[in-house]
Write a protein that binds this ligand. Sequence first.
Ligand code: GCV
Length: 722
Amino acid sequence: MIRKTTPTLIVLLMLLLGTGLPVQAEDGYRLWLRYDKVQDASRLQQYRQQVTEVILEGNSPTLAIAKRELAQGLRGLLGQEVPFGQKATKAGTLIAGTPASSPLVAQLQLGDKLKAAGDEGYLILTTQLNGRNSHVIAANTDIGVLYGTFHFLRLLQSSQDITKLAVSSAPKIQHRVLNHWDNLDRTVERGYAGFSLWDWHRLPGYIDQRYLDYARANASIGINGTVLTNVNANALVLTKEYLVKVAALADAFRPYGIKVYLTARFSAPIEIGGLKTADPHEPTVQQWWKDKAAEIYSHVPDFGGFLVKANSEGQPGPQNYGRNHADGANMLADAVAPQGGIVMWRAFVYDDKEPDDRAKQAYTEFKPLDGTFRKNVMVQVKNGAIDFQPREPFHPLFGAMPKTPIMMEFQITQEYLGQGTNLAYLAPMFQETLEADTHAKGKGSTVAKVIDGTLDKHQLTGIAGVANIGTDRNWTGHLFGQSNWYTFGRLAWNHQLSSEEIAAEWIKMTFTSNANVVMPVQNMMMTSREAVVNYMTPLGLHHIMGWSHHYGPGPWIKDKHRADWTSVYYHRADEQGIGFDRTKTGSNALAQYAPPVQKQFGNIKTCPEEFLLWFHHVKWDHKLKSGRTLWNELCYRYSEGVDQVRQMQSTWASLEGKVDEERFAHVQSLLKIQEQEAKWWRDACLLYFQTFSKRPIPSDLEKPAETLEYYMNLDPKFVPGI
Ligand code: GCV
């Protein structure tokens, strides 16, 4: 709307501002925290009757935020001011606080119920206070009150009945952390939403309002940690010059319950410490890290700890000195232990000098180290063993290291799922991994139980999401990228929520609770990830994207300096068939899974078709469940992906007039690009694989628009995020 602003409109806007009416450009900046007036008249009436005043006592910075949020939220949603008071004098009082901050909450004697909420959880109850109907948001801590506040507002935003509330909520996972792959020069590795939010140059003096809005959005979904810097780390961030800047960000985030973490470059003792070595067995190196940790804590008293990528893709690490990952992790863990810090040590490792299947290497290196890590170390494992592909089987390390807390790493930014131009709702993908059964301790040993600590009785638990946030006005580049940020937080808090539920919540808060918008948008979102899989990597294909920038198709990529950075290494197409044999006759990566998983995936007849070419080299004429040959099925799947995008386009088109003009146009244009890219993937891949299969594309399917040569010569320039 802003784009079409004329002088008359500006005058009108100024007049409206003067009247206090909400005037907002729907540019996506407000995320899911829009608080526009409730549309459903009967709900609005209910809320106005049931929330007539608020009592929120206590004056910590966190409670002040909760208070502000309630004031702003209720004013917007109810379309009227809701007074704040100190005595519950009428029906419809909303009381918020902890037993320590609020005598009214204490009076309710919530006992065991509140105890179960722990340090971050909360209760939201409809109750009687002094004989009158009231609502209570109660928690043991101020941050619990803030989380409960956001939950309460979410109920109103999504038009829920609030007459008999009995909510008890506590996070299933302790550390719910965003990983920013942000560089100090503000570029973002695999970032498609502009530049890094962290304006290092103007820090610490200038606190951008964006930092607070970012923290608020995270708090609204329960994210409680942020790793500010790229895992491909720069030691400079550990120097005093930068630590004061880090401290300023930590100060801004603290009231929102967010701890700051940094990536530790393993060679920092040499690069900024003047030492000759970074050998973790060297006492001078150990002391350097202890001193460095103490220095960091002097700036940031609640510093969360370090995230480390070591001996991976050229990053330095303990193996440079003949030591192992536990030696490296433990040295850093000892440095942060006195102040309660943790180390998140990544298991994303593979070696170009190692001829073994890349999918096996993390397990091979880490499994023998189980039980050798310090208590404050978590091993952070990507959801799959290759690299955030549109679909991967769960990583074999889940369930394989029972003595070590294993942390999940998901990628929210869509490096391999259409980057900044494709709509791909990732909840079904995250859920697929979380629900996968490792069989580590018998049936039902899901990945979720590994990471929430229940399977192996770990107290220290964590989940990380590689952020998709940047300086773009709408935060995530593609408006629907917001749903993935939202999803990550919601699943990190409660991995039992369904993808449908999360989508519905997000749509209601982001657009409207109107069912004739919610349903179609939810349908679009629920098919979107499968569409991407279909037009990029159906049937278990993987890692066949463009070289280095990973944008667009590149199944022909070969002859690079490392075999495992080429596509031919992964698809292995030849005249007989296609796919990576990871059974006993091939790399035997399957042996890293528990026997029931091996059995299922190892047999071409029982292997789920979505993982077929991940585990098997399959003949072109092999018959699939559909009755089609593998070649034909591949053709149909690629085509189906394009059709699914077209379906999404027509669904979105049907919402014209029901969604504000600005966001409607934004999504519509991007869906158009997505359709072009889906066709590009389909045509390029089918033409290329056809050079091996030597079979025709079924005649009822759309023909490729260009020649293979044309696609192979495409060379997109300046793709973001490299
Ligand atoms: C931060 C993939 C990405 C890299 C990323 C790496 C990692 O290889 O392409 O950009 O580096 O994963 O997770 O460390």
